[in-house]
Design a binder for this molecule. Structure first.
Ligand code: FES
Length: 125
């Protein structure tokens, strides 16, 4: 039987508290097809893992979450990165590796794919 961990134990296992960024990817299916959303999600997971950014610590460590709607509902897959609050459109599987490299690794958002910004202040505990 699978051991059930408490939320605090899960957070520790997931290294929550060590991330610099949180990436939310909408997997549709109003902004994009469910297939395009699923493909983008699989590539995001794979690239973050290969670049050692997922389940990691360090300045580029990034937590990822798939969502079913960011309320934009066009031009997807829609992706938002916090704390910068950078909203990207058209984040297909083909664009994800470049996004990871340029934005998450090099800290250089890809201006031509950004359609909105809503930065949040970094909080102090
Ligand atoms: S379904 Fe993707 S933003 Fe609404």
């Amino acid at each position: 039987m699978k051991e059930i961990l408490s939320p605090a134990e899960m957070a520790e296992k997931l290294l929550i508290g060590h991330y610099s960024r949180h990436v939310f990817l909408c997997i549709g299916d109003a902004c994009c097809s469910a297939e395009a959303g699923a493909k983008a999600w699989e590539v995001l997971k794979d690239v973050l893992k290969r670049r050692n950014l997922s389940l990691a610590t360090g300045p580029c460590a990034s937590y990822r979450t798939k969502v079913q709607c960011l309320r934009v509902c066009s031009g997807g897959p829609i992706l938002v990165v916090y704390p910068e609050g950078t909203y990207y459109a058209g984040m297909t599987a083909e664009r994800i590796p470049e996004f990871v490299e340029r934005h998450l690794v090099n800290g250089a958002p890809i201006e031509e794919w950004i359609f909105a910004r809503n930065p949040l202040p970094r909080s102090t505990p």
